[in-house]
Design a protein around this ligand. Structure first.
Ligand code: AMP
Length: 146
């Protein structure tokens, strides 16, 4: 077996579906386990980390909404059992690397892009994930990047 545990990272955009499908195909071909992760990014990070107000209530709501989205989203992939869906909170690179290590994943699958508009200026998660990755990383090239 080439890979034993594949971790696919999703941002809940429509473009995630081909990324999950690629991860599923690979996992099936290797007879590997498949897990999925979404990372909720702290609101303060979006504002450069310096916000003069208490965001804890908003962040709690943000996390709960993300949990609902994760459940709805993963419902489209019945082979992903509840213990194969993960929600993390923090910086995507750090959290995805941490989870990959914790779950002993040997491949992370990610989309080559996903962000739109202004968020594009923040850079590529796929690129970021390569640095210091605890295992192989596959960036699935998405057609809209052309
Ligand atoms: P981006 O570089 O933000 O355009 O995103 C590229 C890819 O990184 C997406 O297609 C997802 O696979 C993954 N990704 C981006 N943001 C997140 C996130 N918050 N949680 C998990 N995966 C993410």
């Amino acid at each position: 077996m080439i890979y034993q545990h594949v971790l696919v990272a999703v941002d809940f955009t429509e473009e995630c579906h081909p990324v999950i499908q690629r991860a599923q195909t690979l996992a099936r071909a290797c007879n590997a386990r498949l897990s999925l992760v979404h990372v909720v990014e702290p609101m303060a990070m979006a504002f450069g980390g310096d916000v003069p107000m208490d965001l804890s209530m908003l962040q709690q709501q943000q996390f709960e909404q993300a949990r609902e989205r994760l459940n709805t989203f993963s419902g489209q992939y019945p082979e992903l059992a509840a213990d194969q869906r993960h929600l993390a909170y923090g910086q995507p690179r750090q959290e995805i690397h941490r989870l990959a290590e914790e779950q002993q994943c040997d491949l992370i699958v990610v989309g080559s892009h996903g962000r739109h508009g202004l968020a594009l200026l923040l850079g590529s998660t796929a690129n970021d994930l390569l640095h210091g990755a605890p295992c192989d990383v596959l960036a699935v090239r998405l057609k809209k990047a052309d």
